[in-house]
Design a protein. Structure first.
Length: 87
């Protein structure tokens, strides 16, 4: 499929504004597709691979001091992706 870049920017809000203005498309998590953005479901668009993330905690850290931070970070993960374990 032929395409061309019409805008590049490190600023997320600039890219989202360009998409909202009808300049193009961008890939982002569905939870960030807030109005006026819409989810494109055209058959010719490629499926996107899932994003993986991890929370790594040092073995010798006092877990009681960081458990609330770990729980908060885990709660930010998309639904269905919270199958994380802290060893």
């Amino acid at each position: 499929m032929a395409y061309r870049f019409v805008l590049t920017s490190p600023d997320h809000h600039v890219r989202a504004s360009a998409v909202a203005a009808g300049i193009g498309l961008m890939a982002l998590p569905m939870r960030q597709a807030l109005a006026p953005l819409v989810v494109a479901k055209e058959y010719y668009l490629p499926d996107l691979k899932p994003i993986h993330a991890g929370i790594f905690v040092r073995k010798n850290i006092d877990r009681q001091k960081v458990v609330s931070l770990i729980d908060t970070l885990k709660s930010l993960a998309p639904t269905g992706a919270r199958e994380m374990s802290v060893a």
